[in-house]
Design a protein around this ligand. Structure first.
Ligand code: ADP
Length: 500
């Protein structure tokens, strides 16, 4: 029997396909970046057709590289950038607009109107999310508003909505020719349209945004059947799709955070900390999101508290692309190490407002504490510290909401290769930071979800046994140093508010 597990990881900046063996070890991988379309300030789009084409390319490339074909795969899982919204025509399969990406803030008027009408509370109570441009519902509304004809077609069920998981599955399972229109509970929980308690689309929430429920996909457990791929390209055989998880939930599964109170923090374009709250829906009083974590078919859903930070790794990209201070992301580490501390410089990269725990869309970025002494090394260090301080803000909210102080932080994501960043994180948090051997936990988590449904694993315990430490960092700063740094950070954050 085929035992290998494939995983499509459709991320914000790139799409990868990876194959894992049952021990969770990487067998092959291929990755491709896609264009970030930035038509104007605050707008971020992706071309959904480019993403489908890239998915085909990376699957074929990775399989070929390892001499594998679709028949070698027991199943595949899909994980994806969440919230990013695609609308397409059911008959032609053509997107009606570019995908509106989670970072896109063009829906701010739609959101502030909802708040003005006092509908924020009901959205928060039912979906676990505060109304924000971040989530899908406002993006669906915005696209429908572009053409009165579209809204009419949507009512008739001719226009379909999906996040990237749904868009990929629909295309891989047949497209206009019987493609499955499905999603999982974790992706659905990021739309502001799903009721967290019933795990179904909520009529009242759909009405608030004027979204016809016929355009929404069927919501399924994360581990279970989502249909089979076509026997044509890219797998060239029918492969069952048995796992779907939004990227952050996938990383939580990949990090084997299956017990209440276990948490992971992913360092990518943004940072996302998720803490497993078991089968309890815990409303946050501290600026976190309540969200679903995963669900196995036939079992109750598991929930999580989430702290989402919009700009972390992308601040490093900004230093590279907009400031030209470094020519690759990796160069930030040696540059930061040319100085012994931040030289009094604090950088709050509130480029698209501040997400958790502040939720201030009126904030904009600021660099403060500059003197004639500051050099680019200090800016690099302040950028790394900004990633760590934002994480401290979120961890503080987690501790408050859960009433339990985290003992050790499991980390993953592209930026965790930066050892200086990891040491700074332990120093700033005062909590040890631990990195697992497999840092591609997002792709791994989707493979795990598929493997559970395929019977490659018999239980979550099998997955826990796969988790192994690569390296651990211990806090080295004194309590005084930690406290005074954090006070400065909080002051810097204040300077960014009430700006836009
Ligand atoms: P995503 O899945 O969100 O696209 P990844 O997990 O691939 O992100 O991580 C990419 C991010 O990590 C980029 O924003 C990049 O700037 C950042 N990054 C990559 N290498 C480093 C490094 N050595 N130090 C700091 N940040 C880094």
């Amino acid at each position: 029997m085929a035992e290998l597990l494939g995983s499509i990881d459709q991320g914000t900046t790139s799409t990868r396909f990876m194959v894992f063996n049952p021990a969770g070890e990487e067998i092959t991988k291929a990755q491709m970046e896609h264009e970030q379309i930035l038509p104007q300030q605050g707008w971020v789009e992706h071309n959904p057709e480019e993403i489908i084409n890239n998915t085909h390319t990376v699957v074929e490339k990775a399989l070929r590289k390892a001499g594998l074909d679709g028949k070698d795969l027991a199943a595949i899982g899909i994980t994806n950038q969440r919230e990013t919204t695609v609308l397409w025509n059911r008959r032609t399969g053509k997107p009606v607009y570019n995908a509106l990406v989670w970072q896109d803030t063009r829906t701010d008027k739609i959101i502030s109107e909802i708040e003005k009408k006092g509908q924020g509370e009901i959205i928060w109570c039912k979906s676990g999310l505060p109304p924000a441009t971040y989530f899908s519902a406002g993006k669906i509304r915005w696209i429908l508003d572009q053409d009165p004809e579209l809204a009419i077609q949507a009512e008739k069920g001719e226009i379909l909505f999906g996040n990237m998981d749904t868009w990929l599955i629909w295309n891989l399972t047949g497209g206009p020719d019987g493609g499955r229109h499905v999603t999982d509970i974790t992706n659905a929980s990021r739309t502001m349209l799903m009721n967290l308690a019933t795990l179904e689309w909520d009529t009242e929430l759909c009405e608030i945004f004027g979204i016809p429920p016929v355009m929404l996909p069927e919501i399924r457990p994360s581990s279970g059947s989502f249909g089979n791929t076509l026997a044509s390209a890219p797998f060239r055989t029918e492969v069952p799709i048995l796992g779907v998880l939004g990227d952050q939930q996938a990383a939580t599964v990949g990090q084997a955070c299956f017990s209440t109170g276990e948490a992971k923090n992913t360092y990518g374009t943004g940072n996302f900390m998720l803490s497993n709250t078991g089968t309890a829906i815990v409303p946050s009083r501290s600026g976190l999101l309540t969200t679903t974590c995963y669900q196995e078919t036939g079992k109750p859903a598991v929930y999580a508290l989430e702290g989402s930070i919009a700009v972390t790794g992308s601040a490093v990209q900004w230093m590279r692309d907009q400031l030209g201070l470094i020519s690759s992301a990796a160069e930030i580490e040696p540059l930061a190490n040319t100085v012994k501390d931040n030289g009094g410089v604090y950088f709050v990269p509130a480029f698209s407002g501040l997400f958790a725990p502040y939720w201030r869309s009126d904030a904009r970025g600021a660099m403060v504490g500059l003197t004639r002494y500051a050099n680019k090394g200090h800016l690099a260090r302040a950028t790394l510290e900004a990633i760590c301080y934002q994480t401290k803000d979120v961890l503080g909210a987690m501790d408050k909401d859960s009433g339990i102080a985290l003992q050790v932080m499991k980390v993953d994501g592209g930026a965790t290769v930066n050892n200086t960043l990891m040491q700074l994180q332990a120093d700033i948090l005062g909590v040890p930071v631990v990195r697992p051997q497999v840092t591609e936990t997002t792709a791994l988590g989707a493979a795990y979800a598929a493997g559970l449904a395929a019977g490659v694993y018999s239980s979550l315990d099998d997955l826990k046994a796969n988790w192994r430490v690569d390296r651990q960092w211990e806090p080295a700063w004194s309590a005084d140093q930690r406290e005074s740094g954090y006070l400065r950070w909080k002051k810097a954050v204040e300077r960014t508010l009430d700006w836009a």
